[in-house]
Write a protein that binds this ligand. Structure first.
Ligand code: ARG
Length: 462
């Protein structure tokens, strides 16, 4: 047990143990350790480069920091509450390892610009990893779309059958959403990739540092131009949480559809045993836990966005300890997003099977070809609104007679309007209904084929 230390010689007594526990962030900011070491190595090299410390001192600091990295990787570096945070833990261990030179590492730096550097390095890494996962998920969507280009599926508005679409078209809608997610992260990356190192506690430093030198070593694209802003900006983290929230929104929409589709009421997909679970009491059940969990996990991600917005609201310049609260939500969001993307990728690639017979029957059993009847007449010169009203009546009488549009005889059609001819039957067949929507971005098979090759080109370009 180490003897309780005072904060500095300004302090008479040590922290109350409850306050020490309350104040400490080591329990979660240890997650940043590799980034902290990397940031400190760059800082030490900069100090030597500018002549603020001797180069042999910098060399021993760098060697000490690398040793801490290897201790950590071997599970041998486990600082406790008494270290307060990861930054102190590293500095203390460094001084144990290399002696006096270790005490020089913190020259011309504060924990404020240090922690800001760490979380940017961390987030930069995580953004790239999440982008990679998005691409993997998009690849699975493309594979499925390719397989189901000509599989029809009912299309809905208001969750009412509207018009049938190509299943590939439906899947590629998610591809597009994911692509915006990917680009949004790319954009967040730009504002994350700016170095606050050298902003000091808030006002810069009296030492002749070279901020661009350390920024270059850390591959930052730029440095903050205002030290107060540099140490207190968390906009990039808010932006990341917002981008993550939108990713979750997209994943929950797909989840909801998969849950509906797997129900007895829809039966559009079946869940494979590897990705579904049973009930502890109802032996017949197979539950869509994966999409349900993803839908549920959106709550924590949206919550973390609200959390950070609230932390930042009204915060006076510059650093305030409130900022220590930025981390857990960020870390949890990163893990949640990674986990959800991975699970959804596995689910779509091997956990579901589309029920093609059922889908083909579904698009033939309703009035989702009614628009096509109106379009048929409109193409023959009948004003669309007139045609629309006429078809409304046809639907009404057919419903009453328990018939579908395809069951009407040519005679019946012609009584409704003399412009109907034999080709009306082709015009209302589901495959024709889909392929006829050949407008750019529509569900016509030709369009979807083009959209699919554009999607493949995006993935090939990664
Ligand atoms: N653990 C702190 C954090 O996460 C590090 C910065 C502390 N700075 C300070 N002035 N107390 O924000």
């Amino acid at each position: 047990m180490t003897k309780p230390q005072t904060w500095s010689d300004r302090f008479e007594s040590a922290l109350h143990p409850a306050i020490a526990r309350f104040n400490a962030s080591i329990g979660f900011d240890i997650e940043l350790i590799e980034y902290d070491l990397t940031g400190s190595i760059a800082h030490a090299k900069m100090l030597a480069h500018t002549g603020i410390i001797a180069s042999n001192e910098a060399e021993s600091i760098v060697a000490g920091l690398e040793q801490i990295r290897s201790e950590y990787r071997k599970g041998e570096f486990n600082p406790g509450i008494d270290a307060e945070d990861v930054h102190f833990a590293v500095e203390r261990r460094l001084t144990e390892l290399i002696g006096a030179a270790g005490k020089k590492l913190h020259t011309a730096r504060s924990r404020n610009d240090q922690v800001g550097t760490d979380i940017r390095l961390y987030l930069r890494d995580q953004i790239r990893q999440i982008q990679g996962r998005i691409r993997e998920f998009q690849q699975v969507l493309v594979n499925l779309a390719e397989k189901h280009l000509e599989t029809p599926i009912p299309g809905y508005t208001h969750l009412q059958r509207a018009q049938p679409v190509s299943l590939a078209h439906h899947l590629l809608a998610y591809f597009q959403m994911c692509d915006r997610d990917w680009q949004r992260l790319d954009d967040v990356y730009k504002r994350t990739n700016i170095s606050p190192l050298g902003c000091g506690a808030l006002a810069g430093t009296t030492f002749p540092i070279d901020r661009h030198y350390s920024a270059d070593l850390l591959d930052f694209a730029d440095v903050y131009g205002n030290s107060l802003d540099g140490v207190s900006d968390r906009d990039f983290a808010i932006e990341f949480l917002a981008a993550a929230s939108i990713i979750m929104v997209h994943l929950t929409r797909l989840s909801e559809e998969l849950i509906l589709w797997s129900s007895e009421e829809f039966r559009f997909i079946t869940l494979k045993d590897s990705c579904a679970t049973g009930s502890s009491i109802m032996p017949q059940k197979k539950n869509p836990d994966v999409p349900e969990l993803i839908r549920g996990k959106s709550g924590r991600v949206f919550g973390h966005l609200q959390g950070l917005l609230t932390i930042m609201k009204g915060l006076p310049l510059a650093y305030n300890k409130d900022l220590q609260e930025d981390k857990e939500g960020l870390f949890d969001t990163v893990k949640t997003i990674q986990g959800c993307l991975e699970a959804m990728t596995v689910l779509l690639s091997e956990g579901i099977e589309f029920q093609q017979t059922r889908l083909a029957a579904a698009v033939a059993e309703d009035f989702s070809n009614a628009t096509d009847v109106a379009d048929y007449l409109a193409a023959k010169g009948v004003p669309f609104r007139e045609a629309y009203n006429l078809v409304g009546k046809v639907v009404k009488t057919s419903l009453a007679a328990g018939k579908l549009l395809k069951d009407l005889t040519l005679d019946e059609w012609q009584q409704l309007h003399p412009k109907f001819e034999q080709d009306i039957y082709d015009a209302i067949a589901p495959t024709q209904v889909i392929s006829a929507r050949n407008s750019y971005g529509g569900t016509g098979f030709e369009q979807v084929r083009q959209a699919l090759s554009q999607a493949k080109a995006i993935l090939a370009d990664r």
